[in-house]
Design a protein around this ligand. Structure first.
Ligand SMILES: Cc1cc2nc3c(=O)[nH]c(=O)nc-3n(C[C@H](O)[C@H](O)[C@H](O)COP(=O)(O)OP(=O)(O)OC[C@H]3O[C@@H](n4cnc5c(N)ncnc54)[C@H](O)[C@@H]3O)c2cc1C
Length: 341
């Protein structure tokens, strides 16, 4: 019976005892949905020695935290996490269940959705609820990003969605917020597990951390060629920024994929985003539109990037960027400091 399902749940992903930012963002989004539906918001926290993190989950908006704190949950494994989540969902019957669209979140959500025979909307960028039928409205770009599709799961519960990091906003944490911590037992045993985690090797090849950058200088095909694109690197070096680019730039081999911004790249929210020689296709915009200040340089005054830009400069990047580099360098030589707070 669908009416039996009540409440909004967020899967709280933690790694080495630290909660992932996307889970805190989802608590912010989940809070709004739960308030509209007039139901509690709950976090689902799995791991080993993770119970102390419950208060943090509550401080970011949860009313309840379901905790499974057991050695068998120490490292993420589809087998153990999926079983634990399925047991909880079958017992408490949430109507909405949100996950971060991280590697583990996507893996878990798809396995849980398959087992519970329910729907899952991947890479959602907007969430709302329709109150009459209590339907989750999960929106995401579709058909190559040309339209936004709102996906409903009318006949099955829970209604599930994954959401990318940095798309939703976390609430300001309130350490005085009160909530309930519900510890759940687990029947899984290590000897029953078919997979063993022997060693965790961190990816050390990823040198550029776009997600945490305060200032990003991003370039597009308008930079002409690989040599023209060097101006993007030079400007970024001058002001201590991180370099990003469009998919077309990555496809041209001017940047590695890890520096691509957009629907099939990174979603980022820096304080300042320079978009230089970038047309502003929707697939690019979804990855950077929440930046605090967007400064666009494009020779086409009609370029869609200007629709989201805070400041727009219409002109040839090949002339403007060298001037900017010169100005910044001179300011620095005069003893000026560039700081981003
Ligand atoms: C399924 C799918 C997923 C996608 N995912 C992504 C994604 O994640 N990220 C992404 O970026 N794209 C993505 N795309 C591609 C996207 O649709 C665009 O093709 C791409 O963003 C365009 O890149 P661009 O702005 O560098 O190039 P263009 O669209 O070619 O724009 C170049 C711009 O530079 C300007 N220009 C030219 N010369 C100069 C000059 N001298 N000075 C100043 N301006 C100049 C032009 O006026 C133009 O506006 C995706 C597409 C699909 C179908």
């Amino acid at each position: 019976m669908m009416e039996e399902y009540r409440g909004v749940w967020v899967f709280i992903e933690q790694n080495d005892g630290k909660i992932e930012g996307v889970s805190l963002e989802l608590l912010g989004a989940g809070r709004k949905l739960a308030d509209k539906l007039e139901v509690p918001l709950s976090g689902v926290l799995l791991g080993y020695k993770v119970k102390p993190l419950s208060q943090e989950v509550i401080s970011y908006g949860a009313d309840q935290v379901y905790v499974i704190d057991h050695e068998v949950m120490k490292d993420y494994r589809t087998e153990s996490y999926m079983q634990a989540v399925i047991n909880l969902a079958e017992k408490y019957k949430p109507e909405i269940f949100l996950y971060g669209a991280t590697a583990n979140g996507k893996d878990l959500a798809s396995a849980v959705a398959t087992d519970l025979s329910t729907g899952l909307t991947a890479d959602t960028t907007m969430l709302d609820v329709e109150l009459e039928k209590r339907l989750l409205e999960a929106s995401r770009p579709a058909f190559g990003g040309n339209i936004m599709a709102t996906i409903l799961c009318k006949k099955h519960r829970p209604q599930m969605a994954t959401v990318r990091p940095k798309v939703m906003k976390a609430l300001e944490p309130d350490p005085r917020r009160q909530g309930e911590v519900i510890e759940e037992p687990i029947t899984l045993k290590e000897e029953d597990m078919r997979t063993k985690v022997l060693k965790i090797v961190k990816d050390v090849t990823k040198k550029v951390n776009l997600a945490d950058a305060h200032v990003v200088v991003a370039g597009g095909k308008g930079m002409g060629d690989l040599q023209g694109f060097q101006l993007i690197h030079e400007l970024a070096d001058t002001i201590g920024a991180t370099v990003g680019g469009t998919r077309d730039v990555v496809e041209a081999g001017w940047l590695p994929h890890e520096q691509q911004i957009g629907q099939t790249g990174e979603t980022i929210t820096p304080k300042i985003y320079f978009a230089i020689g970038i047309s502003g296709a929707i697939q690019h915009i979804v990855g950077m539109k929440n930046s605090e200040f967007i400064i666009a340089i494009n020779k086409d005054p009609e370029a869609p990037i200007f629709d989201v830009a805070t400041y727009g400069i219409v002109g040839d990047a090949m002339e403007i960027v060298p001037k900017l580099i010169k100005q910044f360098k001179e300011a620095r030589e005069r003893g000026g400091e560039i700081s981003y707070v």
